[in-house]
Design a protein around this ligand. Structure first.
Ligand SMILES: *[C@@H]1O[C@H](CO)[C@@H](O)[C@H](O)[C@H]1NC(C)=O
Ligand SMILES: *[C@@H]1O[C@H](CO)[C@@H](O)[C@H](O)[C@H]1NC(C)=O
Ligand SMILES: *[C@@H]1O[C@H](CO)[C@@H](O)[C@H](O)[C@H]1NC(C)=O
Ligand SMILES: *[C@@H]1O[C@H](CO)[C@@H](O)[C@H](O)[C@H]1NC(C)=O
Ligand SMILES: *[C@@H]1O[C@H](CO)[C@@H](O)[C@H](O)[C@H]1NC(C)=O
Ligand SMILES: *[C@@H]1O[C@H](CO)[C@@H](O)[C@H](O)[C@H]1NC(C)=O
Ligand SMILES: *[C@@H]1O[C@H](CO)[C@@H](O)[C@H](O)[C@H]1NC(C)=O
Length: 467
């Protein structure tokens, strides 16, 4: 466990960067088995999607990717960045001025103003939000390239014009803001996580100079009197700011969206959770609605609808309309899932279980909360042919070298193209399939990284009502 967080790259909004070394071997075995299974299944599947040829026909040049996107949406992929000199007209004529990104105090001012105003863009075009409309909440850090593709995919989804997109940011970036404010296919809102490391670089929740170093021994920490000396995590490590932000942001955003925004005050519909490096199929909203309609009959105890699963490979892939039901498992169902305000109310009641569990992953914390506190445990209906894809990371079979975003996006696009041409999109109904037998997911102790009392307090504080 000691090496647990050493391997991790930069913090992202995604959750796939958790690494749990002792299980690595098992995972590798599991993946091997999965490949074997999928391969075998495919031999007997009549709906083979010409998988074998797919990797050959996949063309991931930028031109090829653009050619698969209707030209009206090219603007989302090609919009300009501000990082260039801008022309400024003054009394003395036109001069050029290099672009200055805002400084921290300007960012703080903007964030506070924007969070107060709660501006909804395009409401004049698409009308007010209905109480039962779908709200899509997207957690955004700084990866604008992925975000562009997500937006292009959203733009092409049926029924998208009835939704409200809420972008929740933990990194203020004017290029990202420009991109989001150029969305013209549905209502849009931005919310800004106010406790980011970007805006608190030298104090908590960022890194305070008085914080204990990650690897110092507790007795030495106490001698040194560093701020959090008494509260290392389960594994004896002290807080690392950059690994705590995603969980705080997730919790803040959920509280903000369900309980604190004017526009959601009477909302009873589903709130769907996405992240900046996801990609949606054009029937994802259609399918969500279908699942919602059928849930009462197929799975009365289900309180989560899930549209995604992680594909180990896009090559062997059958798009279908079957759903399965099972307890919500953080590592399997943390992508593209939705629940409503009444389920949120129950989750919220258990805030303490989320906020004090020693695990810096929001999804593991949610699973912990579900298993240890919820009256109605999180139970999910999951569509077997995913409608939400994770494009932010290459599959395990990729070598680092040729593993870039274009390649994954090109794969997803060709999967969708084939699904389209074989008429597997927009199924008339969904049917329940027998869920694969899951090993009982016994709760292990947390992954650590969340031992600091300041994190527990900040997290709990996000749940206090603001009115
Ligand atoms: C990829 O697509 C682009 C644009 O459609 C085309 O110019 C190029 O020749 C293609 N490359 C391959 C290897 O097929
Ligand atoms: C902006 O441009 C400058 C100089 O052209 C470069 O040094 C800097 O890294 C760029 N910043 C970003 C965020 O691209
Ligand atoms: C305009 O030019 C005058 C004289 O060259 C200079 O003093 C002044 O600062 C300039 N104003 C601006 C806004 O550049
Ligand atoms: C940030 O920018 C504003 C306006 O340009 C300026 O007044 C302020 O002094 C700057 N603050 C810092 C800390 O640089
Ligand atoms: C939403 O529900 C509230 C309370 O039931 C009601 O007052 C309001 O008119 C509804 N809004 C819409 C747009 O239907
Ligand atoms: C919200 O979800 C719960 C659990 O899935 C369900 O029982 C309830 O009917 C839903 N509420 C609304 C208003 O749809
Ligand atoms: C909790 O939130 C309130 C108001 O939102 C703030 O005044 C207070 O300082 C916060 N406390 C902590 C410990 O963050």
């Amino acid at each position: 466990m000691r090496a647990r967080r050493i391997q991790l790259a930069l913090p992202k909004t995604g959750t796939m960067y958790r690494r749990r070394n002792p299980y690595c071997f098992r995972i590798v075995l599991g993946i091997f088995f999965l490949f074997f299974l999928i391969f075998n299944l495919n031999i007997f599947t009549t709906q083979d999607l010409e998988e074998s040829s797919m990797s050959d026909i996949t063309n991931d040049s930028t031109a090829a990717i653009l050619s698969m996107v209707p030209s009206v949406f090219h603007k989302f992929l090609t919009s300009k960045t501000r990082n260039q000199t801008v022309a400024v007209t003054t009394q003395n004529g036109t001069i050029t001025d290099p672009y200055h990104p805002p400084n921290i105090s300007e960012i703080l001012k903007f964030i506070s103003k924007y969070n107060d105003l709660q501006i909804v863009l395009n409401e004049d075009v698409f009308g007010p939000l209905q109480n039962d409309s779908v709200i899509i909440v997207i957690q955004v850090h700084s990866r604008i390239t992925y975000l562009r593709h997500l937006i292009v995919s959203l733009a092409q989804a049926r029924e998208i014009s009835r939704t409200l997109l809420i972008f929740s940011h933990d990194f203020y970036d004017e290029d990202i803001n420009d991109l989001i404010q150029s969305i013209d296919f549905c209502k849009v809102m931005q919310i800004f996580y106010p406790y980011s490391i970007q805006t608190h670089p030298y104090d908590f929740p960022g890194v305070d100079p008085g914080d204990c170093p990650r690897d110092i021994k507790k007795d030495q920490a106490i001698v040194r009197k560093c701020i959090n000396a008494l509260h290392p995590d389960l594994y004896g490590h002290y807080r690392e700011a950059k690994f705590t932000q995603t969980k705080h942001h997730w919790w803040w955003k959920a509280n903000r969206v369900f309980d604190q925004l004017e526009i959601t005050r009477y909302h009873t519909g589903l709130v769907l959770f996405l992240e900046e490096d996801h990609y949606v199929a054009e029937d994802f909203l259609y399918l969500l609605e279908l699942m919602q309609k059928r849930a009462l009959e197929l799975c009365p105890q289900c309180n989560i609808l899930s549209l995604g699963t992680y594909l180990k490979t896009f090559n062997y892939y059958t798009y279908n309309s079957r759903v399965e039901v099972m307890p919500w498992i953080s590592s399997k169902h943390n992508m593209g899932f939705a629940f409503n305000k009444s389920s949120w109310r129950e989750i919220r009641e258990c805030a303490r279980h989320f906020c004090s569990y020693d695990d810096y992953n929001w999804d593991w914390s949610l699973q912990h909360l579900s298993q240890n506190c919820l009256k109605h445990k999180l139970h999910a209906m999951i569509v077997k042919g995913p409608r939400v894809f994770h494009i932010g990371e290459c599959g395990v079979h990729h070598k680092k070298k040729n593993c870039d975003s274009n390649q994954v996006i090109a794969k997803v696009q060709s999967v969708l193209k084939i699904a389209r041409s074989s008429k597997q999109m927009f199924p008339k109904t969904v049917t329940l399939t027998v869920a694969s037998i899951l090993k009982k997911t016994k709760l292990r102790k947390g992954n650590g990284g969340w031992g600091d009392q300041r994190d527990h307090i900040l997290c709990m504080n996000m749940t206090l009502p603001t009115w």
